[in-house]
Design a protein around this ligand. Structure first.
Ligand code: NAP
Length: 383
């Protein structure tokens, strides 16, 4: 139980300070004489007034709580998510968890899912915009994003809204946002490089790529952008600032290839066995990780990243080269088996030639009676 006194208010200028701060304590001063009479306290003056002596729980009007609430409020953002499918809901959960106000809008009605996550859902984008979110996140499929952006009522938003995209390709949405967004809007292109499957337990050390494409150069805008990035940093993400073009180059060689292999193996129908090796478990996990994502997402990685085609061809060539190597070796074995019979017919004569030679040498010494082979090596001298 914490001691609590209702009389702990700001001391009046007439009341001596009984709890001076360390700055006001002078060690050179003598201690006050014991006869010194102090003025009566508030409680002594009003002995019958209600006094709280102890509390069992932290009170909301407690100074620390007030400071904390103020801190949370000043850091909390009002974030709108456009596209409340698989990934939109996954992000919303974390945002709500950090105390942000989250609004969402989508083509389908996700009212119930939103309610369960503590998100306000709007079927009409106009209604969402009228709530004046500070940050709007584009979280629709890559394929539908242009259509969504073109028909979005930007004019209903505040003029300096921060627009963020989380699409898995980056050059395409960057160009789209630069083309369609009002010039007053800030643009932050991001790619959280994890999803509901890979980030289901934690986001710690998972890469978060971002490119500050257009952030107004004033304290408020810069601070808002940092606050938004701070959400991911707070979850432990590995924050990677990188240009959209560089992202697409890297992502085609890593993410697109990963998704492709996952989908190939899914079609291959991998099954768990009682003797799974660690490597095989990795493949099963890969299939599980990628099969949760929509085909639209995978198709978007291919269609809207100009580097994807080259990687697909490299993958195809690598597979062909590997097959060639295997078939080349197989061919060698088959050739030996096929032509080995002909060679084998020759081989015994060769193989037997050596002992023959030795034997005939032996004969020369008069130890053997083996008939002579006139034309063979080593025997000629015996004629
Ligand atoms: P998705 O299939 O790429 O996108 C589904 C979302 O797009 C849903 O909200 C859906 O709305 C909306 N949508 C699809 N077609 C539409 C159309 N014609 N008009 C309007 N909206 C349409 O799956 P996702 O996993 O949720 O991904 C969303 C975005 O996040 C994508 O851009 C993806 O690249 C990115 N991302 C995903 C992951 C991941 O792991 N899943 C990770 C990082 C980034 P309705 O549901 O209302 O139909």
């Amino acid at each position: 139980m914490l001691p609590f006194s209702s009389t702990q208010t700001k001391p009046s200028p007439h009341t001596p300070n009984l709890y001076p701060s360390s700055h006001s304590i002078s060690h050179s001063l003598p201690s006050p004489p014991s006869t010194l009479k102090l003025p009566k306290t508030h409680t002594q003056l009003h002995p019958h007034r209600l006094r709280i002596r102890a509390i069992d729980a932290a009170q909301p009007f407690d100074y620390e709580t007030r400071i904390k609430t103020h801190y949370h409020k000043s850091n909390a953002l009002k974030i709108a998510i456009l596209g409340f499918g698989n990934f939109g809901q996954f992000l919303a959960k974390a945002f709500v968890g950090q105390g942000h106000t989250v609004l969402a809008q989508s083509r389908s009605d996700y009212t119930k899912a939103a309610q369960s996550l503590g998100v306000l859902f709007y079927t009409d984008p106009n209604d969402l915009c009228e709530q004046h979110p500070e940050v709007v996140i584009l979280c629709t499929s890559i394929l539908s994003s242009e259509k969504v952006i073109r028909s979005f009522p930007f004019q209903r938003l505040k003029r300096n809204t921060l627009f963020v995209d989380v699409l898995s390709v980056k050059e395409f949405p960057r160009d789209l946002l630069l083309k369609y967004l009002p010039v007053e809007f800030d643009i932050l292109c991001t790619h959280p490089m994890f999803g509901p499957e890979s980030g289901k337990n934690s986001w710690a050390n998972l890469p978060f790529v971002y490119d500050k494409v257009r952030i107004g150069n004033n304290g408020f805008r810069l601070n808002r952008c940092e606050k938004f990035l701070g959400i991911f940093a707070k979850e432990g993400c590995r924050m990677v600032e990188m240009s959209c073009a560089e992202h697409d180059r890297h992502a085609a060689g890593s993410q697109f290839v990963t998704h492709t292999m996952g989908r190939v193996l899914e079609r291959f129908n991998l099954e768990s066995s009682p003797i799974n090796t660690k490597g095989y478990e990795t493949l099963l996990n890969l299939v599980e990780n990628t099969s949760g994502d929509s085909f639209d997402l995978y198709y978007g990685l291919f269609m809207y990243n100009k580097n994807a085609m080259e990687q697909l061809e490299r993958l195809d060539n690598a597979f062909e080269a590997l097959k060639q190597e295997l078939f080349g070796n197989l061919h060698e074995v088959c050739r030996k088996q096929l032509f080995g019979t002909v060679e084998a017919a020759e081989a015994p004569r060769e193989e037997t030639a050596q002992p023959q030679k030795l034997l005939t040498v032996g004969t020369q010494n008069g130890h053997d009676e083996t008939p002579k082979k006139g034309h063979e090596n080593g025997t000629e001298q015996l004629h």
